[in-house]
Design a protein around this ligand. Sequence first.
Ligand code: THU
Length: 158
Amino acid sequence: MEEKQIETTYLVYPDANALPAQYSKLLDRAKASLKDSWSPYSEYKVAAAVELANGQIFTGANQENAAYPLCLCAERVALAAAASKCPNIPPIAMAITTEKGDSPAAPCGACRQVISEQEFRFDQPITLILGAQRGNVMVLDSVQPLLPFSFHGALLKG
Ligand code: THU
């Protein structure tokens, strides 16, 4: 028997102004997309901006439904928009933000899995920039530290 540990390394910036310009620009695009949220049920707006390797940026905001399980998270809306328009260009970074408070956005488990699929698809880590209206911004090199032992296509082949 062997005990192993999983470590997560991430950067914490005191606020958005302290971010490298590329990341603050992406976070600004996400913040500008909060207006696109349709969230009358939770009243919790989330938005994401995905940057592709060719420099294009696609945004998305959460889209809720009166039939609650049909709600779509901002991250998946943004990634699907990017993949639908530019299916062969890898995403390299994604900023996620919420309207409320100063706790950085945390992608839900399902969104972590969907972000992970894009990383495996293109063999390209996606930098995650997690922010809120104000306060700390967290930056991770990849979604994998947020999803240890992630399920991916190669496992289906045994
Ligand atoms: N939401 C997102 O858009 N992204 C997440 O990663 C967490 C949750 C949305 C879904 C729902 O519209 C609202 O936030 C409250 O759960």
